[in-house]
Design a protein around this ligand. Structure first.
Ligand code: FRU
Length: 330
């Protein structure tokens, strides 16, 4: 049974240099503290699908007990994930998808639904015939495709139009550079709303607007992370007009990993909820998330204290045993 043996979870993360992925890792570690015999090893593919394939191969060689993977791009990562799954190692896919159903469980927001929710929000908040400039996440990654498709679907039959589309690849700097280039080459471009596939690109689009003296544009992002310089704060400060929650699912992934490894029942598809955040609710959302962050910090502190007390207890127990043996011999 699971209690007796250390079990290794290999997590192949597509990229990790942003706050959203860091939040995912923190959630995972926090959840892991409930399962002392689970161990997590994270490999960061730094946004390269080739590297991610190698990372997954390394995990295969290590003989991990379970693989979690957040695929950089759907197509290139599908084959290796299928291979691992078919070899009998359970696989949890998180956030970004592969193009196959050969995995044990999926956890993540429903990105198509998020796109649709953005569309509903736009339809009810703004007058028709506004022109949209869209800044995409990485084209080959499923959230970018699904967010676009969902929004497109929601705007069908209206006069809202996707006028311009830029490649931001999920990255603040790429989005910034592409948007700057675009505005330099098209000084007469006219758009009313900038929809970015995530908040970091939306915030950098806001900075570029300032540089170019564009004041009127509505800016919408996705993620709604708490913390300084993240989405919630940006809505609060009026830098973004709206953002949409995109939970990382880190804690849920560990919980499901545990269920799989303990032969307990679990759902294959685990879709997490979204919600719009704008000026009407950002303060209450911030209050709630700040409270959760405080509570989580307390839990982490308590865990550290428990761990250090266990250490003290173990070393004292060791001393007592030595002392007992010495007494017996004497
Ligand atoms: C973080 C991120 C998020 C986005 C998600 C999509 O790396 O770019 O901002 O919502 O990945 O996979």
């Amino acid at each position: 049974p699971v209690e007796e043996k250390k079990l290794i979870i290999g997590f192949s993360q597509c990229v990790s240099n942003d706050a959203w992925r860091q939040a995912m890792h923190e959630e995972m570690y926090r959840e892991l503290s409930f399962y002392p015999n689970l161990e997590l090893v994270i490999k960061d593919a730094k946004g390269e699908s080739e590297t991610q394939i190698e990372d997954i191969r390394d995990f295969q060689k290590m003989g991990v007990d379970l693989l979690i993977v957040s695929p950089n791009e759907s197509e290139p990562i599908t084959g290796i994930v299928e291979e691992v799954f078919r070899s009998g190692t359970p696989v949890i896919v998180i956030d970004r998808k592969i193009v196959s159903s050969q995995y044990s469980a999926y956890i993540g927001g429903d990105n198509y639904e998020i796109g649709q929710t953005v569309g509903q929000y736009i339809k009810t908040t703004y007058p028709e015939h506004i022109d949209i400039l869209e800044i995409w996440g990485l084209r080959g990654s499923s959230p970018a495709i699904d967010r676009h498709q969902g929004l497109k679907r929601a705007l069908e039959g209206t006069s809202f139009a996707f006028k311009y589309q830029l490649e931001g690849e999920w990255e603040r700097d790429v989005a910034k550079q592409k948007f700057r280039e675009f505005l330099s080459v098209n000084p007469d471009a006219s758009f009313d709303l900038i929809f970015c596939h995530n908040d970091v690109m939306a915030i950098s689009a806001g900075e570029v607007c300032q540089e170019f003296g564009i004041e009127h544009a509505i800016i919408i992002g996705i993620d709604a992370l708490p913390g300084p310089r993240a989405g919630l704060q940006a809505v609060n400060d009026g830098i973004l007009d709206a953002t949409f929650f995109y939970p990382t699912g880190g804690d849920k992934a560990i919980e499901i990993a545990w269920r799989i490894l303990s032969n307990e029942s679990f759902d294959k598809e685990n879709l997490l909820q979204t919600a719009a955040v704008d000026v009407s609710n950002v303060r209450i959302m911030k209050q709630q998330t700040d409270r959760i962050i405080n509570q989580q910090a307390n839990i982490s502190r308590q865990n550290e204290m428990i761990a250090s007390q266990i250490k003290v207890y173990q070393s004292q127990r060791g001393l007592l045993i030595v002392f007992g043996i010495t007494l017996c011999i004497a």
